[in-house]
Design a binder for this molecule. Sequence first.
Ligand code: AKG
Length: 278
Amino acid sequence: MTMRWALHPWNTDFVWSDHTGEPSTISAEQARAFDEVGYFVVADAFDASTLAELEAELGPGDEQAKEFLAGLPDGRLGVTGLDSQTVAPHAVARSEFVRRFVADKIFAGIARDLVGPDVRLYWDQSVFKQPDGAEPVLWHQDNGYTYTEPQAYLTCWLAITDATPENGCVAVMPGVHREGTLAHHSTPVGEECWGDWSRAVEVPVRAGSVVVFSSLTPHATKRNTTRAVRKAYIVQYAPDGAVAHYGDPAIGPPARTQILGDEKRRYWIVRDGVRVEP
Ligand SMILES: O=C(O)CCC(=O)C(=O)O
């Protein structure tokens, strides 16, 4: 089923807040792009030796994810699969290097500029798109997986290997973030919202570059049609006090609301406008 354009039933009065302050880390053009189209690229943010260390630290989590998937009948669980993309969450819980990496001054500065003065880590995961992959990542908003309030938080998608149209770089639907959360439906390969490849923008980037987008920016990645693994590490930052809503939007309002993120991983990145050393 291809999704039609529709707002999420819980999204009744969303208004996107433009970023009007003086940014500390990103440029004024990048802040404007974030507001207008919902994404921008920080090119070459990390050097090869940092990437190599990060990649080494992410390896064991990816191996664990593969072992888990290998125990399932078809090696798949939703969006993640041995023949599509392996997804390993929470490297920050396993690695001191990664714990510090996500609070790097580049990430903290971007989060300060786009989320506000009080920011916590929400989520981190590696996504390794397997060679000659069987399935894409469908159009979705990150807020379509777990509905949050405020609806907008920040996703930083770091390329560990070069990301190209052939191996499944990020593609986005420009401008749609301003509508707030769209309706999603569950498919065998993950959540899906409306998207239109004829209007989409593919965002190829070199290894070490970060695609910065909103939790409300619809994005997708095509199948990896190459013979090499495409590796990315994704980190999400949310304002202090953000909550997650759970329930079935087809039935009614949220059945349950709780603080966003696990207590141990929800550490400060920026507090009172100042980067916090983890
Ligand atoms: O890295 C990818 O291929 C897509 C990942 C993604 O969209 C996500 O984690 O929300």
